[in-house]
Design a protein around this ligand. Sequence first.
Ligand code: ATP
Length: 342
Amino acid sequence: MPESLEHLRRCSVAVDLGAARTRVYVKNSGLVVDEPSVAAVNTRTGALIAVGELAERMTGRTPQHIRVCRPVSGGTVVDIDMAQRMLRHLIGDKLRRAWRRKPTLRIAACTPHDSEPLTQRAAVETLTALGARRVELANTLVCAAVGAGLPVERPEATMMVVCGASTTQVAVLSLGSIVAAETIPVGGHSIDHAVAEYLRGKHELVMPHPTTRPLDLILDVAHGSGEPAEVHGRDVATGLARSVVVDRENIRRAIGTPLTAVLDGIRAVLRQCPPDLVADLSDRGIMLAGGSALLPGLDTMLSQGTGMPAHTAERPDTCAVRGLGAMLEGKVRPLHLDPLAG
Ligand SMILES: Nc1ncnc2c1ncn2[C@@H]1O[C@H](COP(=O)(O)OP(=O)(O)OP(=O)(O)O)[C@@H](O)[C@H]1O
C-alpha cells in the first residue's frame, strides 16, 4: 500500500464494479452512484433501455425482445461493451462532460484479491472508455479495511471479511499489506440460492426473482426467532400463486452450507498467519463488510463459529469504495518503512 498510495492520490474517481452493484465515488464529493450492475437491452434494435434500479426491477418481467443482463460476474467484467454502456448511463451526462474536460483523468478501481491479469485488464478497458487516461487498481480487502476505519497501516493484525454477492474475501492485514488471504466462491447469491432450493424442495414453491427474495424471512433467523414466516411464491406443479408458512429454524439450516464455507475460509486464513498476529486478532476480532454483511446476525454466527468477536462495519455495503475514496483524498497516512540510518 505505501507505494501505491501516491498513485491513488492522483486519481479523482473511485469505482467498485461489483457483481451486484456498481459504486462510483468522486474525490471530495463522495458517493455519486450506488446502483445494481444491471442493464436492459432491446434485442431487436440493440438499444439500451434501462440501467441500474429500473433494469433490475425488470428482471423476470420482460417481454421476449427485452433482455436483462449483468455485465459483471464473480468480480470480473464479462461483457466489457455492456459494462461501458451501463457505466456511462449510471454516471450521467453532467459528470461525463466534466470528466471529458479533464485531459488527465485518472480512475482508481477496487479489484478482488488475487484477481487474474485478464480480470484486471477487463476492468482497465471498461474504465478507459469513461475517458480515464490511467486506471489504478487497488485491492478490495485493503479498501474495505480502510473504509471500516481499521488501522491497516500499523504493525497489528486486523481481519477483514468482505461478503459480496458472488464471493467472500477474507484477509489478515498488517503494515498496510495482506499477510494471508482466501477467496471463497460463496456470497449473497449462494445464500439466496440455498433459501430458494429449500423452498422448492420442501414446500414445492418457486420464489420470485432472487432480488425480490423474502429478506424478512432470513431476518431474525440468526437471532433464533421462533416465529414461523409466511412466504409468497408460485406452486411448482400448478404454476399458481401460493403462500406457505415456513419454519425459520429450517431456513437457518438451509443457509448453513454457504456459511460453513465462509467459516472454513476464515480458519484457513488463520492457519496461514504467524501466531503473534492471531493473538492480536483474538482481542480485536473480525470486521465484516460487503452487502451480504447486512444479513442480520451474520456477525453472531461467525463469532460463534470462530470464537472471536465479529463486528459489522458501518455501512458495510459501500465500505470498499469509500475506503478507496479516503485513499484518493489522502486521508490515509502510509507508515514509511525507510531503511534506518547507520
Ligand atoms: N439487507 C440485506 N440483507 C442480506 N443481504 C443483503 C442485504 N442487502 C444486500 N444484500 C446482499 O448483498 C449482496 C451484494 O453485496 P455487494 O454490494 O457487496 O456485492 P458486490 O460488491 O456487487 O459483489 P461482488 O463483491 O461479489 O462482486 C447481494 O447478494 C445482496 O443479496
